[in-house]
Design a protein around this ligand. Structure first.
Ligand code: PHE
Ligand code: ZN
Length: 851
């Protein structure tokens, strides 16, 4: 369904719906092209609403019949819903509609994936299933009947009747329609049980297609660990007799928290050592936790409207990051999150798509499932916790759960529980929710040797954006510690609360001038400018007791070295490399942390830094600088790397835990570098001998990058041809490891492969997500990368607008580049925008990018 004139929806226009819904009964008669959905819904006037218009959303539905209190009615139907004359007293609305799940390629509403039926309703997909007030503040109790010739028929809540080709489900917890789910198919359950803290027995099932049974065990363990963790840390217990997870192959996002029936992209839940990498395992554990945690932060307490999306997403991302920190290494998790935040959220916040964590307007809500809402939303909660302290945070959360259980809540409700429990005024803090843009924070130091006093002065400034033309100062919790000349910590971490545009803090009683370690743990999502000398940074790299800032010191030195290579062709900074070598060989540091130390800032990160300092980034020059720096690291560290490779190679049977995966991260970083100076034998041997995907895939990447991967690629394909998820890796790796001038051609060639099923979002993203992330390849001066992506976005848009629109963000940084590249991109943006019938999703994204 296409909208000719997209409408903008504003937070300030919020009105409650005119009716309350007490009960919903749905009956599905499943059929691939002609599924019938009968609804029986009880409505009564909402005493709190002024407007009594009876409008039900509905899109792409064939209305068969409608009745009110048993009498046929003739509603007025439009492309977006219907209106009808209704009585003043409570009444039952009944309707029957016909829908076409098999023809549904957008993967929103009820659709089919590999022969199974499944649903995706967040944010506004329920209206593609039946007529309903499809908004999160309308909550009701659902009873669902499913008829169809499938062994497994699932919906939300608890089962009330199961028969041959028939099932009835009842969900006692009132919920908005976006949490509705239905699954039907020939599925196999991997089952387990969990006893909750109050002794309730919960049946757990992970449903998969036949053949995937061997990939369930890890997800199930992660689920049980999540359930336990939420009891221990947040006091939250599960509230149904049953918790089901289903894996589906065609899914636009990672997973969905439908009440009691989570639906997962199979890539986000299926795991086995042979087919999944350590990173896959960690991500799966985090996503299972994330969706499970939504049961309280999202489902029991939901959002009043979609502008409040961060209420559930920011908090749930924050909770899953706490979980991962507890299960694995906290510093390693934090560093990974910051790398991700900088590459995705900062890019968004500093470009044309910038929007506040709580946006104030949108055209298509699907376009606001962003790094800003999710990841910056989580950072905001982390700052709040830092400001009020752990104990007050727990109290505020207890109050939040107690007061708002069963509510569709707002950010105001959320902040109020903190204000009440702490007595703090959060008016200024709330700007984190209302202002777009990443604050720049300049730190300057003044040292008074006579008084032994160090003064730190912070100046904050947020660049204006269309979303926030006049940003005001924000509350910045800046964690600072001081390191003495001998490397010991002379002042432990103290959180400075910066609230003014410019503000100073002093540290006294110091014998000698220390080195200030500022923004420890990345305590606020800002761009910090702290003019330390190289020696001071080397000092922090050697001695900082804050693991994050120790890594950050190395990162900054690496960035500075790379920038002078890019701009002046200088050789990599030898002092930095020497210091890095010391850290690498420090056996007191965990391997995963040392692996992170071996990483370099990404190409896009470097482009952003160049742009920030007034330079026009040249993607080819960035690529050359990164390559020559890696070559130099390999040559200089060869001996240490060889030693690390032997010392940390894992002999024990594969376990995807933090300890083993940290060792593999380090040995594989070493192997990859060594391939540059010692040839491909080590990588080939690792590839041939690998008994798990982490070892196999990292060896394959090193082989392909070195230009000696053809045989391994063919062997890999022959081995994994029938495994969709592994083949996604095969597709993606060839693009990501391609030389810059070949990346577009490799992607193009892969689209001609018989297994390039472009309607499957995972496969499409494997090729085109990888191309978009290949900075030098995508931004190749020929413009081939731009054109190829545009061709395929035009092709995908009518089939799947949501996935198309998400990939448009590849163009969001386009104004950073030279005029030639900008012109080439502009041509492509305009070509896509001129496509007749372009979806609302893609139109909104590209118009914002194009502005
Ligand atoms: N709510 C899901 C999550 O975060 C994400 C999602 C949004 C999935 C929209 C599908 C569609 O966990
Ligand atoms: Zn979520």
């Amino acid at each position: 369904m296409r909208d000719a004139t997209p409408q903008t929806i504003y937070l300030s226009d919020y009105q409650p719906f005119g009716y309350l819904v007490d009960e919903v009964a749905l009956t599905f008669d499943l059929d691939p092209h002609k599924t019938r959905v009968k609804s029986r819904i009880s409505f009564r006037r909402n005493p709190e609403a002024e407007d009594g218009e009876f409008f039900l959303h509905g899109e792409g539905l064939k209305l068969i019949s409608a009745q009110i209190d048993g009498k046929p009615v003739t509603p007025k139907v439009t492309a977006s819903g219907l209106t009808c004359d209704v009585p003043d007293t409570p009444f039952f609305w009944e309707a029957e509609v016909e829908i076409d799940p098999k023809g549904n390629t957008a993967l929103e509403g009820l659709y089919m994936s590999n022969g199974m039926y499944c649903t995706q309703c967040e944010a506004e997909g329920f209206r593609k299933i039946t007529y309903y007030p499809d908004r999160p503040d309308v909550m009701s109790v659902f009873t669902v009947t499913i008829n169809g010739p499938h062994p497994v028929l699932l919906s939300n809540g608890n089962p009330v009747a199961q028969g041959q080709n028939h099932a009835e489900w009842h969900d006692p917890w009132p919920k908005p329609a976006y949490l509705f789910a239905l699954v039907a198919g020939d599925l196999i359950a991997h089952s387990d049980r969990f006893t909750t803290m109050s002794g309730r027995e919960v049946d757990l099932n992970l449903y998969v297609r036949p053949g995937d049974e061997g990939k369930c065990a890890f997800g199930m363990e992660a689920l049980k660990a999540s359930m336990k963790w939420d009891e221990d840390v947040y006091g939250r217990e599960y509230d149904l007799d049953l918790f089901n997870i289903v894996a589906v192959d065609d899914f636009n996002m990672g997973a969905m928290e439908n009440k009691g029936l989570n639906i997962f992209n199979s890539a986000a839940v299926l795991a086995s050592p042979e087919t999944s990498t350590d990173d896959n395992f960690e991500r799966i554990e985090a996503i299972i936790a994330h969706e499970y945690f939504h049961n309280w932060t999202g489902n029991r307490i939901t959002c009043r409207d979609w502008f409040q999306l961060c209420l559930k997403e920011g908090l749930t991302v924050y909770r899953d990051s706490q979980f991962t920190s507890d299960m694995r290494s906290a510093p390693v998790k934090r560093i990974g999150d910051v790398i991700d935040l900088r590459s995705r959220q900062f890019a968004e916040d500093q470009g044309p798509l910038a929007h506040p964590v709580r946006p104030e307007s949108f055209q298509e809500i699907n376009n606001f499932y962003t790094a800003t809402v999710y990841e910056k939303g989580a950072e905001v909660i982390g700052m709040l916790k830092t400001l009020v302290g752990d104990e007050a945070y727990s109290k505020a959360l207890d109050l939040y759960f107690e007061r708002h259980d069963g509510d569709a809540a707002t950010i105001e409700d959320w902040l109020k529980v903190f204000e009440e429990t702490t007595g703090r005024d959060l008016t200024q803090f709330k700007r984190w929710y209302s202002q777009a843009g990443t604050p720049r924070v300049d730190v300057t130091e003044a040292w008074d040797a006579g008084k032994g006093m160090l003064t730190l002065t912070f100046a904050q400034h947020t660049p204006p954006s269309t979303a926030t033309p006049k940003p005001a100062p924000q509350v910045l919790p800046i964690a600072v510690g001081l390191i003495g000349p001998d490397g010991s910590e002379v002042a432990p971490t103290r959180v400075l609360e910066v609230t003014e545009a410019e503000q100073s803090f002093t540290f006294d009683g110091l014998d000698e001038r220390p080195v200030a370690s500022v923004l420890r743990g990345f305590s606020a999502p800002v761009v910090l400018k702290h003019d330390l000398s190289k020696d001071e940074r080397l000092h922090l790299l050697a001695h900082d007791s804050d693991a994050f800032n120790r890594w950050e010191a190395g990162r900054t030195l690496a960035r500075q070295s790379l920038l002078s290579t890019i701009l002046h062709g200088s050789a990599p900074d030898a002092d930095w490399l020497d210091a890095l070598q010391v850290v690498l060989s420090d056996e007191t540091l965990e391997p995963a942390y040392r692996a992170l130390m071996l990483g370099l800032p990404g190409h896009a990160d470097l482009a952003s830094t160049l742009h920030d300092t007034g330079e026009t980034p040249d993607p080819a020059a960035i690529h050359r600088a990164v390559e020559s720096t890696r070559d130099a690291m390999a040559a200089r560290f060869a001996e240490v790397l060889g030693d690390l490779y032997t010392r940390h190679t894992v002999d024990a049977p594969y376990r995807p835990d933090a300890e083993q995966s940290g060792k593999r991260a380090l040995t594989n970083a070493a192997m990859s570098l060594l391939t540059r100076v010692q040839g491909a034998d080590r990588a080939q041997a690792q590839f041939d001998g690998a008994d798990n995907m982490t070892q196999q895939l990292s060896a394959l990447a090193a082989l392909v990058r070195s230009g000696q991967g053809d045989k391994a690629l063919a062997d890999f394909e022959a081995q994994w041809r029938n495994d969709r998820l592994v083949m996604d890796k095969w597709f993606g790796l060839q693009v990501s490891q391609a030389k810059p001038d070949e990346a577009a051609a490799v992607a193009q060639r892969l689209t001609e492969h018989a297994d390039f099923n472009w309607k499957n979002p995972n496969r499409f993203r494997a090729v085109f997500g990888s191309l978009a992330m290949h900075h030098a390849g995508f931004h190749h001066e020929s413009g081939k990368g731009y054109k190829l992506l545009a061709d395929w976005l035009i092709k995908l848009d009518p089939v799947n607008p949501q996935t198309t629109a998400r990939l448009c963000s590849a163009f969001q940084t386009w104004r950073r580049y030279d005029v030639d590249r900008q012109k080439k991109i502009e041509v492509e943006l305009d070509r896509i925008l001129a496509t007749p019938g372009l979806s609302r999703d893609t139109t909104e994204m590209l118009s914002r990018i194009r502005e």
